[in-house]
Design a binder for this molecule. Sequence first.
Ligand SMILES: NC(=O)c1ccc[n+]([C@@H]2O[C@H](COP(=O)([O-])OP(=O)(O)OC[C@H]3O[C@@H](n4cnc5c(N)ncnc54)[C@H](O)[C@@H]3O)[C@@H](O)[C@H]2O)c1
Length: 379
Amino acid sequence: MSTQTGEPLRRVLVTGGAGYIGSHVVFKLLETRRYKVISIDNHHNSYPTSLVRVSKLAKELLPENPTEQEKDSTVIDTFTCDLTKRDDVRKVFEHYGKGGIWGVIHIAAYKAVGESTQIPLTYYENNVSATVQLLQIMSEYDCTRIVYSSSATVYGTPPKVPIPETTRLQADSPYGKTKVMCETVIDDLCHAEPHRWRALSLRYFNPAGAHPSGLIGEEPRGRPGNLLPLLAHIACGRVKDQLQVFGNDYPTHDGTCVRDYLHVLDLAAGHLLALDALAPESKVFDNAPDDARYKAYNLGKGKGMSVLDMVEAMRKATGYDYKYDIIGRRRGDVPDLTADPALAEKELGFHAPHDLETMCRDLWNWQTKNPDGYGGQAE
Ligand SMILES: NC(=O)c1ccc[n+]([C@@H]2O[C@H](COP(=O)([O-])OP(=O)(O)OC[C@H]3O[C@@H](n4cnc5c(N)ncnc54)[C@H](O)[C@@H]3O)[C@@H](O)[C@H]2O)c1
């Protein structure tokens, strides 16, 4: 990989940097040796160890006789900071001064659909109010480039599958609505100040897998809410209950819900493309309908896999003979969320080449090397 000698490192602030997706995004940024990463995380759903390990991985990738700048690129500026606390966030920006941070990748959020129906205000505060505040502080400090972590949940039950970005946004849950609201806020801001702001929303489908080293991976606090980490926890004995499959009478190939899984490192690589698209020389906004520089892209593989397909793939990866009960449909579940990723492929050059077997293998590698996860150790 070529290093950009002569070019100073670009400071990029990643919110939620210690989390599952955040840690893989930070890894991809460090791998380029073009960025100086600043992470803000309050460790609500993550452990500081993840970024210690990311830095270690980046150091291992340094060439022989690295320059001071290359060495510096492997050191992450980490701030334990809650995004809902305005003054604390401002202090981070103040540390680098006006114009000191090139751009922000805003990943931090609460993400449990079920929980969001029980404590919606907490979700609106953490996901929406904190985003508005972050944008205000960014503006104050002349930092006007943002990549926003959105989600396929913004589509609710889509009228057409595979789902193009032009689909109307109609999220069902408070969680999904927080994503629609933040996209709307960012879009409005880009329209209000078209010559200042540039922003991209990335609508993630279902990230899966882990870095192949097994050093970083998904480690939710509490029982995993997502299917793949749950299957991994069942196989390693951390979850004792049998798997419950919610409904097998959906209009899909085997009756169970279909989702579009992509390797978390492919998803993370999409963020590098998105950052490049925010650079002055980028052409991605040339075909925008007006002068606002805002766009949203699906990041998925474009391939749907059912719950039972995933159980089978994880059986192959783990050798564990999963037993499951089919129970009734779960409220709010959508039959099929498969991306049409053509726009991101065409305009960003995005691809998600890792296959399902690799995702399951990397997940299992992470799980078996870290049977107790990060274990809360500071390392
Ligand atoms: N994992 C998925 O399946 C998926 C799918 C679509 C979209 N997303 C979105 O991607 C993003 C990251 O998801 P993830 O799976 O990595 O989740 P995660 O919980 O592992 O990461 C989120 C991180 O944000 C931090 N955080 C939350 N609130 C914060 C606050 N107020 N201040 C500072 N830090 C805070 C958490 O501690 C955590 O480290 C979220 O915005 C989520 O909505 C995730």
